[in-house]
Ligand binder design. Sequence first.
Ligand code: SAM
Length: 248
Amino acid sequence: EASLYIVATPIGNLDDITLRAIETLKKADIIAAEDTRHSQRLMNHLGVTARLMALHEHNEREKSQALIDKVKEGKSIALVSDAGTPLISDPGYFLVKLAREQGVNVVPIPGVSAVVTALSVSGLPSDRFVFEGFLPAKQGAKAKRLEVFLYESRTVIFYESPHRILDTLKVMIDVYGADRYLVVARELTKTFETIKGGSLSDLYEWAAADANQQKGEFVLLLEGVADSPEASVADQDKMLALLMSEMP
Ligand code: SAM
């Protein structure tokens, strides 16, 4: 059946791609890619010859219907992003939403994502977690966003752009205090893979002292707080409401 395939690709190490992903890309009529030049290198490496088409945040709305029409004509379309799983802090949401609304078959070809890769080795509670994606770049907006998680009891996971790590650690210290525990997962599956946990102030000193640790791609995993005062206030309110409702 002609379908729209959402295909995960590696986040660094080129061997981190599934057999099914390779097979799907080889059979695809068109591969929609965030950056065609970037993805062409992977396709060459895999021996995939399908035509690549650009689908990025600036043209996704405009191009999605044309891609969906191709599937309706019987073509197989694969969506890839520059790294990892499409739609996860990457383009594709609009395309998939539209495809599903129009009854087009959407097939996941799962694989790597930096968020789950980082969580799996962080040593932080992994039964419940919050994925927050990218923080705003500006300090004020960043601090405001971080405040949302002041009393969060679940592990909170952020993506970080290269060269922002020191700034983000500094704002985190302002918002959470120097002692909150964080894990930095840098350059996962690549040569300089580094996974380091510590207090916010220790990590700040460590990164500030070594410019190499400020480069590359990062996932930041914030430990949740043991007892959430906000949650317990909410619990007390609920309990009170329940008691009140039972009163004669
Ligand atoms: N779609 C991707 C996924 O499934 O993880 C994420 C794309 S997002 C535009 C890029 C961000 O993901 C980076 O800034 C970084 O936060 C994270 N990331 C991607 N590859 C990574 C890696 N090898 N090591 C650490 N973080 C990575």
